[in-house]
Design a protein around this ligand. Structure first.
Ligand SMILES: Nc1ncnc2c1ncn2[C@@H]1O[C@H](COP(=O)(O)OP(=O)(O)OP(=O)(O)O)[C@@H](O)[C@H]1O
Ligand SMILES: [Mg+2]
Length: 592
């Protein structure tokens, strides 16, 4: 699902939606309010210590030195030193508190995103490729770290520091302070221009970052395919292109930040020139003291530091909001299928499953995949679905599991509409063997238990016994380690494992999608025998291309182009001499 122009629903000129993102980001800080308040206390104390330094310096120059008393000078210098020590101590406490709070928010956010994503529906996963979701959980959350450690608290401190410094300076010399204020309109204009220009760049950087993770995930997953077709270099070249784009975007972003930072830094020498030039003139006239001039110069840094830092803050805020917006997009997403307020819980299925005139298409502009499908599967009976590839067989199971919702028609279990049934209880009652088998890295035993260590081993042994596969598992030790995606197993072995996995929970209804297509004739016979046993106890839906598996089903549907073309038992369908009997003869020869 990778493409240069299309990226998880964001267009390239997209700007940051600050309001919505702010709400999400603010929500993250709420549980950590106490941490932020403590940090704020430390930051205020360290700021106060910082503010005192120039005042003590002015006192030393204007009072202690002229007084000629060395004791007074000693005490003042001691106070200056103690003040600096306090500043360091508070700064240490502040850092530690911020790091802890920031890390806590990151971990909680990752946890929340994962929990949220796990509850989302399959259409969501069709829209957001796996690699890019990984990027959102990993790198987008991490790029909020600076926001929550550096920016959030510092911004308040800077505002207060600016106002207080300005006030103190104004107190000692209103004229000089007002004169210095003339540089601030420039700061505003420069900041505004920077903000406008760089917003899209930061969005672009986040997007390209996730595109790279996405690309890597997709291509490393497909490594066997790439190597088989000698496409390694092609993949590397494509990655190079995205990397280059990211490089350029990062560079442009940094370039703007640097220009912005430097143009603001330029204000410092300008201000010192104003103080020494104009203020120096006033000192000659005796209008202000030398100590005040020194104090003003020392304060210039304190006054401008918040303004300098504003440039850093603005880029961190933009970076974080670009990431925050992507996180917000995921968190605001509601699962397409949720339980109604008072759902019905399926404790056990008493009557059966019914599809009544069901119509389904995967999107509004797509073709109908299922057209007016109706069937009835009474409890304890078995239904087989056969038909050409792409005919809509898997779609039937997708609807039964509420992975998707049909546009028209009803699906009923014991006469209750599927939307009224609790999702959890539905999926507890019905077991599924997927057509695409996924195995986790871990032992066969762990996989059979769906990686749930709480399940006892005996459930696995029972399932193996029921299906009669003891011999198979003598050759394939349950402690054998399966590597990622099960590449150290044959396709048939994977199918057997996924079949047993569906038996372990001993659910009432079992849906098998193509579960036996890769199994060798010997194992297939084993499973078929087991299946005949199972069919007696369970309600089953079996989707199969191999007709041998389903000969004994109570009812067989032939679905083609989304419609039920034929239905009946194996015998009835053969007698009819329609498509099913043609299929059957193709597989087993005229006399099969
Ligand atoms: N998630 C999806 N989004 C969009 N279209 C889909 C999706 N899944 C399936 N389709 C389309 O719906 C049609 C029916 O697919 P379905 O998987 O139900 O076929 P099937 O009968 O199970 O085929 P097979 O025998 O090959 O497994 C196909 O044309 C397919 O392209
Ligand atoms: Mg299918």
């Amino acid at each position: 699902m990778h493409g240069d122009s299309h990226d998880d629903g964001q267009d390239p000129k997209e700007k940051i939606n600050y309001k919505a993102t702010f709400r999400t980001l603010y929500g993250l800080t709420v549980p950590e309010r106490r941490g932020f308040i403590t940090a704020f206390v430390w930051i205020m104390l360290s700021t106060a210590a910082n503010l005192f330094t120039p005042i003590i310096a002015k006192y030393i120059i204007d009072t202690a030195i002229p007084s000629g008393k060395s004791m007074m000078l000693l005490i003042a210098v001691g106070a200056l030193f103690l003040n600096s020590m306090l500043f360091l101590g508070f700064s240490y406490l502040l850092r530690m508190r911020l790091v802890r709070t920031g890390q806590k928010i990151m971990t909680d956010l990752k946890k929340r995103m994962l929990a949220h994503m796990l509850a989302l529906d399959l259409p969501f996963y069709a829209e957001f490729p796996v690699g890019r979701l990984t990027a959102r959980v990993q790198s987008d959350t991490s790029s909020l770290y600076e926001l929550f450690t550096e920016t959030t608290v510092t911004i308040f401190r800077d505002m207060i520091m600016f106002v207080v410094t300005f006030g103190v300076m104004f107190y000692f010399s209103p004229r000089l302070t007002l004169l210095l204020s003339s540089v601030f309109p420039f700061v505003l204009v420069i900041s505004f221009i920077f903000l406008r220009k760089s917003s899209t760049l930061f969005v672009l950087v986040r997007k390209l970052t996730s595109e790279i993770t996405g690309f890597l995930t997709e291509h490393i997953n497909a490594i066997a395919l790439l190597q088989a077709y000698n496409r390694e270099k092609m993949a590397a070249d494509k990655l190079e292109v995205i990397n280059k784009k990211k490089f350029n975007a990062e560079l442009s972003g940094e370039f703007m930040s640097i220009i912005f930072y430097l143009s603001i830094i330029l204000l410092s020498p300008i201000s010192i020139a104003i103080i020494l030039g104009v203020g120096g003139g006033w000192a000659i006239d005796g209008a202000i003291s030398i100590g005040t001039l020194v104090m003003f110069i020392l304060y210039i840094d304190t006054l401008f530091e918040p303004v300098f830092r504003l440039s850093e803050h603005i880029s961190i805020i933009q970076r974080s909001f670009a990431a925050g917006q992507r996180i917000h997009r995921i968190l605001e997403r509601r699962p397409a299928i949720v339980d109604i307020p008072k759902p019905r819980y399926l404790h056990s299925i008493k009557e059966g499953i019914e599809f009544r005139n069901v119509w389904m298409r995967y999107s509004d502009d797509a073709q109908w995949v299922l057209k007016d499908i109706s069937f009835n599967l009474p409890k304890g009976k078995s239904l087989a679905i056969v038909g050409e590839t792409g005919g809509g067989k898997t779609t039937v199971t997708n609807l039964l599991f509420k992975f998707y919702t049909p546009q028209k028609g009803r699906i009923l279990i014991d006469g209750v509409d599927l939307p009224d049934i609790s999702l959890n209880s539905l999926r507890t009652a019905i077991g599924l063997v997927h057509q695409d088998i996924y195995l986790f890295p871990g032992t066969i035993m762990q996989n059979l238990k769906l990686m749930d260590d709480a399940l006892p081993d005996s459930m696995v042994h029972d399932a193996i016994k029921t299906i009669g596969l003891e011999t198979f598992f003598k050759h394939h030790s349950l402690s054998k380690h399966i590597v990622e995606k099960g590449v150290n197993l044959s396709a048939g072995e994977k199918q057997v494992i996924s079949l047993v996995r569906a038996m372990v929970l001993n659910q009432e209804v079992l849906v098998l999608d193509e579960a036996t297509s890769h199994i060798d004739p010997y194992t297939e016979r084993l499973i078929n025998t087991a299946m005949q046993r199972l069919i007696k106890h369970k309600t089953m839906i079996v989707i199969a291309h191999r007709l041998s598996t389903i000969r004994n089903a109570d009812n067989i549907l032939l679905i083609s182009e989304g419609e039920i073309k034929e239905s009946g038992t194996h015998g009835q369908l053969l007698e009819r001499g329609g498509v099913y009997s043609k299929f059957y003869k193709l597989q087993f020869g005229e006399n099969g």
